[in-house]
Design a binder for this molecule. Structure first.
Ligand SMILES: *[C@@H]1O[C@H](CO)[C@@H](O)[C@H](O)[C@H]1NC(C)=O
Ligand SMILES: *[C@@H]1O[C@H](CO)[C@@H](O)[C@H](O)[C@H]1NC(C)=O
Ligand SMILES: *[C@@H]1O[C@H](CO)[C@@H](O)[C@H](O)[C@H]1NC(C)=O
Ligand SMILES: *[C@@H]1O[C@H](CO)[C@@H](O)[C@H](O)[C@H]1NC(C)=O
Ligand SMILES: *[C@@H]1O[C@H](CO)[C@@H](O)[C@H](O)[C@H]1NC(C)=O
Length: 287
């Protein structure tokens, strides 16, 4: 996967602009823990949830540190969205992030957010598991009405697909997942002033910078906005399909490659439309 270095600048300024209507339901499955782009994704989702562009019906953490769910709760609390449920994969651990991958300056943020900002979740062990969250959300939703935005590990979704009928849902996991599952994409993010979002970026990126190009925020944006323009937000058509056919082939070692196969037409990769480089997305900093 390459990176998109498109300077999508996020200005945060649109609360209350949107008339109430039934918003698209989204569950975000995130590896919030190491890379800070998940914080950017949850910030975007929280703002758009707050102005009714999307109904974030859950955040599922797919990394084992107990600080993932706590950091997600800090972000939800910061944006005033106490109604967004957070689920955490088990078993929980006490791990904090240390950059043993690059040994550059990438710093820990999840435990710091958990310790320094208010949050509604006291203890990650009180959260539901991701599978129970998914089954509750999906069993009460109409077909094709829930978009799952997958950032990071696919463990939660694999477990859901292997799950069997239970008290929550009479449906088998595989059947329920005839819904959108999205992964991929990138963004340079500018976090706003003294907020947990900005602090997380500063801690992670280091050396007083908050600039971070990444895939997750733009994936989140696509999962919420889709291919349509959003005149109610002052946003034109942002994404379009870049292929007519083919599929993503995932090898057992986890690497992937695009295969040109004219028989497969239901998988796509995205590009930003020409409009997008000039698009400023408004996302307000509430404090
Ligand atoms: C969001 O979806 C949930 C169902 O998961 C529903 O209970 C809630 O009323 C919805 N919220 C809005 C604002 O539509
Ligand atoms: C995490 O730390 C807490 C408090 O020190 C301790 O009670 C708990 O057993 C630890 N959990 C794990 C999985 O090590
Ligand atoms: C969280 O802990 C505080 C202080 O220990 C307590 O007052 C509050 O009720 C707890 N909240 C929940 C949701 O358990
Ligand atoms: C796949 O097809 C596209 C469009 O037909 C072409 O541009 C591209 O080079 C092909 N890629 C491979 C690996 O064959
Ligand atoms: C975007 O900006 C460039 C120059 O900055 C301009 O040439 C182009 O027409 C603009 N595109 C749109 C869609 O506004």
């Amino acid at each position: 996967m390459g990176h998109l270095y498109t300077p999508l600048v996020l200005l945060w300024a649109m609360y209350g602009l949107i008339a109430a209507r039934s918003a698209r339901m989204v569950v975000i499955d995130t590896d919030l823990f190491s890379d800070v782009d998940d914080v950017g994704s949850l910030a975007i989702a929280n703002v758009l949830h707050g102005c009714n562009v999307v109904n974030v019906t859950g955040i599922a953490i797919n990394t084992h540190s107990k600080y993932g769910a706590l950091a997600a709760s800090v972000i939800n609390t910061h944006f005033g969205n106490l109604d967004i449920p957070v689920a955490a994969i088990r078993p929980l651990s006490n791990h904090t992030f240390f950059d043993i991958y690059a040994f550059r300056s990438h710093g820990e943020y999840a435990a710091k957010l958990a310790h320094n900002w208010p949050r509604s979740i006291n203890d990650s062990s009180m959260t539901p598991t991701p599978v129970s969250l998914y089954r509750r959300v999906l069993s009460s939703a109409e077909d094709n009405s829930v978009t799952i935005i997958s950032l990071g590990f696919l463990t939660n979704l694999a477990t859901l697909m292997d799950s069997h009928a239970d008290a929550i849902s009479p449906l088998m996991g595989r059947f329920e997942l005839g819904k959108d599952v999205i992964s991929g994409a990138g963004l340079a993010s500018l976090a706003p002033s003294s907020s947990p979002i900005r602090a997380a970026y500063e801690w992670y990126v280091g050396r007083c910078s908050t600039l971070r190009e990444s895939w997750d925020p733009i994936t989140t944006l696509y999962g919420i906005l889709g291919l349509e323009p959003h005149p109610e937000l002052g946003i034109g058509k942002t994404f379009e399909y870049a292929n007519d056919f083919g599929y993503n082939w995932v090898s057992p070692d986890g690497s992937n490659a695009w295969v040109n196969d004219s028989r497969v037409t239901n998988q796509h990769w995205l590009k930003l439309t020409d409009l997008t480089t000039n698009t400023s997305l408004a996302i307000a900093s509430p404090g």
